[in-house]
Design a protein around this ligand. Structure first.
Ligand SMILES: C[S@@+](CC[C@H](N)C(=O)[O-])C[C@H]1O[C@@H](n2cnc3c(N)ncnc32)[C@H](O)[C@@H]1O
Length: 283
């Protein structure tokens, strides 16, 4: 399906011709299917492009909604259900849809969910396709980031940020707001180091990593990448952070992974695990 912009497309950036309210990715609403329009609306609702809440105080000097910052996922919203911007949300929806269209087997997971928006979007894409036999794993401590565990994370202060502590009940409540909480949503609560090795899932179609730190990224890759189906996708939200990018580089080098990394925006990146037995993922 080609309804959403291709992964990595910059279509829809504010100020361009496809600003919110007009065409989407160069297409008129009347040319889009109900499924496409639903997913597009989710992508606008999850970061609260619709009502425009202010950013959390502290990180951004001006305490009012800025469409360009929200669109590109630069601010930390006070109310919205994700801090991931529109470009990365479109990329996520596009890749989930690609897994379904290409019949890549397996479940979906995000490691590091905050208020849950990316997992809600994945569940929404499954629902919009009538898919009921795949799971969405929602992996988080639900109490923020851990203190640094390895030298590569030395000096990190993310664990002190109370803004990153969102409870499991709050994330479940956010799923419910969209009418998307069901038995296929599986919460993996605790530190990745403890929860990811114990996951029941045998196979993933897509893994989305958003744990910011070297160790959080490395632990997720070590435990999830071997379960990623050929033709499946890895999304790295924090490739713009040195810590995260170093973990990705170290893991890829250690496992001789050469599948090309594609950039989404200033921080998002992804690659597809090439299937050696088919043409899938070679394009
Ligand atoms: C930047 S936020 C994720 C943003 C989210 N993906 C979104 O859509 O807005 C990082 C999250 O990772 C979680 N996290 C990071 N490292 C972790 C670890 N080692 N174990 C469990 N949770 C972790 C934090 O609790 C936090 O919710």
């Amino acid at each position: 399906m080609t309804s959403l912009p291709s992964p990595g497309s910059s279509a829809g950036y504010p100020g361009a011709s496809m600003a919110p309210g007009g065409e989407t990715a160069g297409r008129k609403p009347s040319e889009m299917s109900a499924r496409e329009l639903y997913i597009d609306l989710l992508i606008r609702a999850l970061p609260n492009i619709l009502y425009g809440d202010a950013p959390l105080p502290g990180r951004i000097r001006r305490h009012r909604f800025d469409l360009a910052k929200r669109w590109t996922g630069v601010d930390w919203p006070s109310q919205a259900h994700t801090m991931v911007g529109v470009e990365r949300l479109r990329n996520l929806a596009t890749l989930v849809q690609s897994c379904l269209d290409d019949k890549i087997p397996g479940d979906f997971i995000e490691t590091g969910v905050w208020r849950g928006g990316c997992c809600i979007l994945m569940q929404g894409v499954l629902a919009a396709n009538g898919v009921a036999d795949r799971r969405i794993y929602v992996a988080d401590s639900f109490r923020g980031l851990p203190p640094p565990q390895v030298d590569q994370d030395a000096g990190s202060r993310y664990h002190q940020l109370h803004q990153l502590r969102i409870s499991r009940d709050q994330v479940a409540a956010n799923f419910e707001k969209y009418g998307l909480l069901d038995d296929n949503v599986v919460f993996a609560e605790g530190w990745f180091r403890d929860t990811l090795p114990a996951l029941q899932a045998d196979r993933f179609a897509l893994i989305r990593l958003d744990g910011d730190m070297y160790d959080s990224t490395m632990v997720a890759l070590e435990n999830l990448y071997p379960k990623l189906a050929p033709g499946g996708y890895v999304i790295i939200d924090d490739y713009g952070l040195d810590t995260c990018r170093h973990a990705v580089t170290d893991y890829r080098e250690a496992h001789q992974i050469t599948d090309p990394i594609r950039k989404v925006d200033w921080t998002g990146a992804w690659w597809r695990k090439v299937d050696p037995t088919s043409a899938i993922g070679r394009a």
